[in-house]
Design a protein around this ligand. Structure first.
Ligand SMILES: CC(C)(COP(=O)(O)OP(=O)(O)OC[C@H]1O[C@@H](n2cnc3c(N)ncnc32)[C@H](O)[C@@H]1OP(=O)(O)O)[C@@H](O)C(=O)NCCC(=O)NCCS
Length: 172
């Protein structure tokens, strides 16, 4: 999809199943991203990858949930996503696009999420997408810090998407 200084961002592949399981079996990751519970069976790694592929297939080539792989080591640091948000009931911001990030704890505190997200925003810009949202549950300070590092503007709290209240940022 794209490269940054330290990362290659590309589709998840079935060969990455063990790493996908490792990421999505961590409660420290899943509690912030709307998963009911962490994965508890390694076989679910493949299912997670299939889930990302299904999500991407619902949309056109511009969107997806991609693996952010560290060039130096080959390790997948996490998932970076650029996807349309579900259209909200209140009709505001129809067709809104979300940028998001789910990183393995062993790859936190190195700037990888911000770097991958910057790349995703540049990709969005190259597609002519002029308004990108990011949302996080209240209290997810590391994620909110990523939004601020990206230069996104705080819009406030909203329950417009995902049936619960979230902090909402936008980059226009
Ligand atoms: C949200 C999440 C991706 C943030 O990860 P993060 O590591 O804090 O964010 P970044 O990758 O941008 O790294 C920033 C940190 O790296 C540090 N850093 C180290 N080397 C760096 C470098 N070369 N360049 C930039 N920053 C660097 C920064 O100083 C900053 O440090 P801090 O964490 O002590 O403030 C991570 O917490 C996560 O995956 N959480 C679980 C899932 C989740 O909540 N997803 C979001 C749902 S809304």
């Amino acid at each position: 999809m794209f490269e940054t200084e330290r990362l290659i961002v590309r589709p998840w592949e079935s060969a990455d199943a063990a790493r996908a399981f490792d990421i999505y079996s961590k409660e420290a990751v899943t509690k912030w991203i709307g998963m009911d519970k962490p994965l508890d069976d390694p076989a679910q790694g493949e299912k997670m990858i299939a889930r990302w592929a299904d999500l991407a297939a619902k949309h056109d080539h511009r969107y997806g949930c991609w693996a952010a792989q560290i060039k130096e080591t080959g390790v997948i640091a996490g998932t970076i996503l650029l996807v349309p948000l579900p259209d909200p009931a209140d009709g505001r911001f129809p067709g809104a696009i979300e940028v998001g990030w789910h990183f393995h704890p062993d790859s936190w505190h190195r700037g990888y999420a911000t770097e991958a997200a910057r790349g995703a925003l540049q990709l969005a810009d190259s597609y002519g997408l002029t308004e990108i949202f990011a949302i996080a549950w209240p209290g997810n300070d590391p994620s909110l810090a990523v939004m601020r590092r990206l230069g996104m503007s705080y819009l406030g709290r909203t329950d417009r998407w995902y049936d619960r209240e979230a902090e909402c940022y936008v980059l226009r």
